[in-house]
Design a protein around this ligand. Structure first.
Ligand code: SAH
Length: 384
């Protein structure tokens, strides 16, 4: 009984529509929701020695096992008991789109029918994986396709991590994921309890052992949680800034009404960053909205004298978006002003434009296609 009570933390009531009801959408925890201590407690509750937890962790976190049966060095009785108390689910790949630039966008279906996006982005000597933290998002940013969905629900730890294993199966033989960014669907810091468990499993030696320096959590600016996160695990932080006045940021990223610019920037200055790392500020360049010379000058003043990096992002348009991307020339002039103001400023080239790579866009297209079955899907899409 005690073990059962222990695992109650990660339960949430999902609003399961009749169409999505599945027998396995139970309220049992997934094995990948557990910390090492909880895994040990589960093993002991099943009448086994605690060291078995290490074996199980190796199966689920290193080898990406998808079933209890796969854990061949565990006694059958233990596998059976665990199987009756826990799930070990893996998100199902609903579709994969491969861009001409090598970017692959996966649409993953969860056990209750929710769908999320995960993107594999190969670069020079690196492969970055872009992870989702929520199904949908409640933050309401004006330029974001996911915002149009609203928040469906938080992802569990197992579902956030499950994206890594699903993506690994799509890699070419020569590829290995080197960097992880929480820049997919959702606001990671609005799902803090599950995020922190996932990050612990990703970074701690008993699970995946990935260096926190290879992980970036991007936030729209949830001030209290940013401070807590950096104190708990030294991952990199990226802050989606997009504006240099409260009036504009209130509109583009409504969380600004709760944590206005000065408060956000003051919090960034206070962050106890390790290894001389810097905060990255993301800035989506929107034509005639936030891309003027004055905006660039205000940005220099706003960030001075912080060790910061600004990442200028081309707006990724999506159907129904009223905003437009800034011309390259405007982005380069903006970058020049930031550099003369002693800021590191890079331009993020759009990746996977031909495969609806804007966050939330593949989901939106997929659902439009479901509503209107005659819409032809991209020829590069591999349906599963
Ligand atoms: N909620 C978090 C993480 C998800 S969004 C955050 O706000 O940071 C990840 C990044 O993608 C953010 O910088 C966001 O501003 C950017 N983004 C969202 N929609 C975009 C679009 N249509 N074009 C370009 N960048 C976009």
């Amino acid at each position: 009984m005690r073990a059962r009570a222990l695992f109650r933390y990660n339960r949430f009531r999902v609003n399961i529509s009749a169409r999505h009801t599945r027998a396995d959408a139970t309220d049992r925890s997934d094995l990948r929701d557990l910390t090492l201590a909880e895994l040990e407690a589960a093993v002991v509750a099943a009448g086994e020695r605690p060291y078995r937890a290490g074996q199980i962790a190796s199966w689920i976190w290193r080898r990406g096992a998808n079933s209890f049966d796969a854990m061949s060095d565990l006694p059958a009785a233990l596998r059976q008991t665990l199987g009756s108390r826990f799930t070990l689910a893996s998100p199902e790949v609903a579709s994969v789109r491969r861009s001409s630039d090598g970017t692959r966008k996966l649409l993953l279906r969860l056990s209750d029918g929710e769908e999320i996006e995960t993107v594999i982005i190969p670069g020079e000597n690196r492969v970055t994986l872009c992870l989702s933290s929520q199904a949908g998002c409640a933050m309401g940013c004006e330029f974001c396709a996911t915002a149009r969905m609203g928040l469906h629900r938080n992802l569990t730890t197992a579902e956030i991590a499950g994206q890594i294993f699903a993506a690994r199966r799509e890699l070419d033989d020569s590829e290995e994921i080197t960097n992880y960014v929480f820049m997919g669907m959702g606001e990671p810091l609005a799902n803090y309890p599950r995020l922190i468990r996932t990050l612990a499993a990703m970074t701690e030696p008993w699970a995946m052992g990935i260096s926190p320096r290879r992980i970036t959590v991007s936030t729209v600016g949830h001030v209290p949680m940013m401070e807590r996160l950096v104190a708990e695990i030294p991952v990199n932080i990226a802050v989606s800034l997009h504006a240099t006045t409260d009036a504009l940021r209130d509109r583009l990223a409504p969380i600004n009404r709760r944590y206005p610019l000065q408060e956000l920037i003051a919090a960034c200055r206070r962050l106890p960053l390790k290894n001389r790392s810097r905060v990255t500020f993301e800035y989506v360049m929107l034509a005639g909205v936030n891309d003027s010379v004055d905006d660039a000058r205000r940005l220099v003043k706003l960030l001075h004298p912080m060790r910061a990096k600004v990442n200028l992002i081309f707006f990724n348009p999506f159907p129904g978006a009223v905003l437009e991307r800034s011309p390259r020339e405007a982005v380069e002039i903006f970058q020049g002003i930031l550099r003369r103001g002693n800021l590191t400023a890079t331009i993020r080239e759009s990746r996977g434009l031909d495969i609806a790579a804007a966050c939330g866009q593949l989901y939106a297209e997929h659902h439009a296609a479901v509503a209107q079955p005659r819409v032809s899907e991209s020829s590069s899409e591999i349906a599963r």
